[in-house]
Design a protein around this ligand. Structure first.
Ligand code: GLP
Length: 242
């Protein structure tokens, strides 16, 4: 694991954008694995900036998002579909046909999950996967006690995750209790991984991920076994490992 500690959120976002931009410049038809949540917002802003000012070209890129809430339509402003459109896709020259997000309102979730895995394989696998981390150590929506062997599947959200994500909804009761998420196996098959974390609230999860034993209670700890992981942290998220 390569760990980079920076001063603040802006620096973390710039570093992450540097890595994503180099990937796209070196391989214009890259397959990018994308994440949602508040953490990568600054990185997306940076990438939009580089498209506008430097002409960073996304026209050949394919993307796969990590997860989507279950039982939510794409039009719902809390859907990750809506998030990706508004925070990245509509601001850059990406071909929307090449963007992939699990469909949380698919008729058959089982089929949706199988097809999602198929699509990733057909695209040649993910070149670089961006991850945030939950305060409970989740990546994607792979909650504690996860089966490390899982591929894309339907998950039950942890109480802690529902509470954490309720800040985006009108009330806690509005937060979906299930989601479709790439599994740990899917994530681990990515060629490169970047994990981003900022703020004190992530310090414990980062400590367990980096220094703890590999165990299903901290899903992100499995990343210790991946051979190309870069973790970019602000000082606060790194406070327990330094
Ligand atoms: C969410 C997402 C994760 C994200 C994490 C942290 O529930 N499913 O992909 O990394 O929780 O979110 P945030 O960046 O808002 O702290």
């Amino acid at each position: 694991m390569r760990i980079i500690v920076v001063n603040n959120y802006e620096e973390m976002s710039r570093k992450a954008a540097d890595m994503m931009a180099s990937q796209v410049i070196l391989k214009p038809d890259s397959v990018l694995g994308l994440a949602t949540g508040s953490t990568p917002l600054g990185m997306y802003k940076e990438l939009v900036d580089r498209y506008e000012k430097e002409g960073l070209d996304f026209s050949k890129v394919t993307t796969f998002n990590l997860d989507e809430y279950y039982g939510i339509t794409r039009e719902n402003t809390q859907s990750y579909y809506y998030y990706m459109r508004n925070n990245l896709f509509k601001h850059i020259n990406i071909d929307l046909q090449k963007t992939n997000i699990p469909n949380g309102s698919a008729e058959s979730i089982e089929k949706e999950c199988e097809e999602y895995e198929e699509r990733i394989k057909k695209a040649g696998g993910i070149d670089i996967q961006v991850l945030g981390i939950g305060s409970n150590g989740h990546i994607g929506f792979n909650e504690p006690d996860i089966n490390f062997e899982a591929e894309t599947h339907l998950v039950n959200l942890d109480e802690e995750t529902i509470k954490a994500n309720s800040r985006f909804f009108n009330s806690k009761e509005d937060v979906p209790v299930k989601a479709i998420s790439m599994g740990i196996k899917t994530i681990m098959q990515s060629k490169k991984i970047i994990l981003l974390a900022n703020g004190e609230g992530k310090a414990e999860a980062i400590y367990e991920t980096v220094k703890g034993k590999i165990n299903p209670n901290t899903p992100a700890s499995i990343l210790q076994l991946h051979n190309d992981v870069t973790i970019i942290l602000d000082k606060n998220a790194a406070s327990k490992i330094q």
